[in-house]
Design a protein around this ligand. Structure first.
Ligand code: T1G
Length: 693
């Protein structure tokens, strides 16, 4: 057997799972375990069986990569059935995490012992699924539905101490969990046939049912009828209304249906895409990151302060540098205020606040960056300013220090050219607010060393970010595609749609906010300044700014925000202004249905994503999805722009883009060659291999 080692300790058999990296219950492991249960279960010399594991997980669950493919025997429910019906007691010795199918396997055992650091969870809902191997039927029987349902609805794991309190485990071992499991196995063997979880009904009282139904009602209200939550309620209700076997069958039917649901396909795509980004083609595992013990941030504005907080939150001392005392005071006051808000909200203790603030050292002048292992420049978005800073840093920073710019669209090689160390200069593009948003674009210009890239990626993970390597090019990946959507918004407004209709199309798709409300939140003047700096125009957006309607900060932008309201109201003056601009441009305004608005917003983004892939600015389509999920709140259950395009069908996008290009007379809407090629070949972006950038 490849995945299970079998040993004997007297009358106890120990089956140790060793299926790296996380002991996922792939077909080979299921087959090996089935063989052990069959062989050892019928061996008269064996009194009981302990199932243990090595590595960071007891069992991380079913093998997610198998979903959507034809199932191969032995199926997990059948294996668990064999464990539960084994004539000898089976005890799970759980170190690490027991998740999904891993916890379900433990529930099919006759006893469970956890190590003190073990954790237990049914995270299936995070994949748009529900437990599919008895979890919805056994867990409520063991700990009560009112305790089991919230665990499965949140998908969050619980620690061993809580598991013991709930009766999920029989014992928590401070020392050797296998030895403790063997002791329990012996005791169960001595007691004769132990009661399997499937027969436990003591916890399923009328009060438990009542508490569960109240939770189910609340969940129906908050989960917006998401199919996975609805299926979970139906499956768990079965413990009260169906015999175990029928409840199991009902659970399985609901699970199989969810596996085929586009939402779950999208979430499983995201699961792997967010792990794939760590693999940078052309950089081997032998390239190690440099040590980062101290950081410096240049610029104490909103971004600089937020970036400094990222370091402090990760326990890394950071010097926050400005040119004048007033600027550094403002910066530090802003940081202190943000931490204070967290303390008020109860999400940060006063002690933690003080600890983090103590890690941020305000300073004046670039010399204060001399001892930093990484320097992140977050100064004004103007090339001259950046070149001046990097030129000065070149003479100040210690050899081997990573010099990174947080620029959101300027050319990194031009910045690097101001130094004599281009091999250590790259982009680390944080997203506002930097201390909150997960996305970090690591911009890899020609000439930067692999070690510098690997160091920036490792630092990103250490800061709790989702770091994605991107190539150098205007707007890199995220902002370049955002600009495509902004242009699409402008086209729609001139052609006849109104701001609230454009926003409703996106919020209906699952975004928290539409493009107009987002611009009002960020400040319309930011885009206005950027367009003017590049000699670009956008009639509606420019007119709104020329009227001084910068958004929430001025009480009005695309929408009205009376008395500082957070959600905007339609503004008749803006709608009249848009109508006037349409007339000036000779546009015959017409109404647009929501799904047409949606495709006119998203198709051009995907088209820009295709160009980004053609130009080698993104390594793989999944990276683009990860960028939009973590930087712009693309709804995870939609998988990201490139996954969404595949789910629609690239041939449909090509046809829509061609029609739009013709209608608008806008050649930039013509489908990108890569999009055309994939569509013609009947393929999707998912068929593309990673490219070295
Ligand atoms: N299946 C397949 N591969 C998995 C996997 C899984 N369940 N979990 C992790 N991997 C891979 C991952 O892709 C990566 O691969 C490597 O392992 C390390 O992962 C029937 C239906 C366990 C907490 O949802 O939460 O059981 O990139 O980087 O940070 O009812 O992995 O190295 O090639 O995340 O140490 C339910 C998912 C499944 C748990 C470890 N289980 N995994 O975190 O490592 S559905 C889950 C995790 C199910 C049953 C249902 C985490 C971890 P590569 P990693 P980590």
């Amino acid at each position: 057997m490849e995945t299970v080692r079998l040993a004997r300790h007297g009358e106890i058999a120990i089956a140790t799972i060793d299926n790296p990296p996380v002991n996922a219950l792939g077909q080979a492991l299921r087959a090996d375990l089935a063989r052990v249960i069959a062989d050892v279960g019928s061996d008269p010399a064996v009194a009981a069986i302990v199932i243990a594991a090595v590595g960071r997980a007891f069992i991380a669950g079913a093998d997610i990569s198998e979903f959507g493919k034809p199932p191969v025997a032995p199926l997990l429910p059948d294996l668990l059935d064999a464990i539960e019906n084994c004539p000898k007691p089976v005890v799970a010795a759980i170190q690490g995490v027991a998740l999904g199918g891993g916890l379900e396997l433990a529930l099919a055992c006759h006893g469970r012992v956890g190590s003190a650091s073990a954790s237990f969870g049914q995270p299936e809902i995070k994949l748009g699924l529900i437990p599919g191997a008895g979890g919805t039927q056994r867990l409520p029987r063991l700990i009560g539905a009112a305790q089991a349902f919230p665990m499965m609805l949140s998908g969050e794991p619980i620690p061993a101490s809580r598991a013991l309190q709930l009766g999920l485990v029989d014992d928590v071992a401070d020392g050797d969990v296998v030895a403790a499991a063997m002791a329990l196995a012996r005791a169960l063997a001595a007691r004769g046939a132990p009661e399997p979880v499937r027969d436990m009904t003591a916890r399923l009282t009328a009060a438990d049912r009542e508490a569960f139904e109240a939770q189910a009602l609340a969940a129906t209200k908050t989960s917006g009828e998401m199919p996975d939550a609805m299926a979970l309620i139906e499956a768990v209700r079965g413990v009260f209304t169906l015999p175990f076997t029928e409840g199991l069958a009902a659970e399985r039917a609901l699970f199989v249906k969810l596996v085929a649901d586009p939402r779950s396909r999208a979430l499983r795509h995201v699961f792997f895409a967010e792990r794939e980004i760590a693999r940078v083609p052309g950089i081997g595992a032998d390239v190690k990151p440099r040590a980062i013990a101290k950081a410096a941030v240049i610029g104490a504005g909103t971004m600089g302060g937020g970036i400094a907080m990222c370091f402090a939150n990760a326990g890394i001392p950071v010097t926050l540098i400005e040119q004048e005392q007033a600027q550094i005071d403002n910066g530090m006051n802003r940081v202190a205020a943000i931490y204070e808000m967290s303390v008020t909200r109860g999400s940060l203790s006063p002690e933690k606040r003080d600890e983090r603030l103590a890690l941020i050292t305000p300073a004046l002048g670039l010399d204060a960056a001399a001892d930093a292992d990484v320097v992140i420049e977050a100064a004004f978005e103007e090339m001259g300013v950046k070149q001046q800073i990097f030129g000065a840093l070149d003479a100040i920073a210690k050899p081997g220090a990573i010099l990174a710019s947080n620029t959101s669209y300027l050319d990194i090689p031009t910045i690097a050219a101001a130094t004599k160390r281009p091999q250590d200069v790259l982009g680390m593009h944080f997203f506002s607010p930097a201390n909150v948003m997960k996305l970090l674009e690591v911009v890899r210009p020609d000439g930067v060393s692999d070690e510098a890239v690997v160091t920036a990626m490792a630092l990103g993970r250490r800061l709790g970010k989702v770091p994605v390597v991107v190539g150098n090019g205007f707007g890199f990946v995220g902002n370049r595609m955002l600009e495509a959507r902004t242009r699409a918004t402008e086209r729609l407004l001139v052609a006849g749609a109104l701001p609230h209709e454009v926003d409703a199309a996106l919020t209906g798709f699952g975004f928290k906010m539409g493009p107009c409300a987002m611009a009002d939140l960020a400040g319309n003047d930011i885009g206005w300044r950027s367009r003017k700096a590049r000699g670009k125009t956008a009639a509606v957006a420019d007119a709104i700014c020329e009227a001084g309607w910068f958004g929430q900060k001025t009480g009005r932008g695309y929408f009205l925000y009376p008395d500082g309201a957070r959600s905007g109201l339609r503004d008749p003056e803006v709608e009249a202004l848009i109508a006037r601009i349409s007339e000036e441009q000779g546009a015959n305004r017409r109404s647009f249905k929501s799904d047409e608005i949606l495709s006119r917003l998203l198709d051009p983004m995907v088209n820009e994503g295709a160009r980004i892939l053609e130009e080698g600015i993104a390594v793989r389509p999944g990276d683009i999805d990860v960028i939009w999920l973590n930087g712009y709140n693309w709804p995870a259950w939609r998988g990201g722009p490139m996954h969404w395009a595949d789910s629609v069908g690239l041939d449909i996008l090509v046809a829509r883009l061609e029609a739009q290009a013709a209608e608008m007379g806008d050649a930039t809407l013509e489908p990108a060659p890569l999009l055309r090629r994939l569509a013609a070949e009947g393929k999707g972006f998912a068929d593309l291999k990673a490219t070295t950038i």
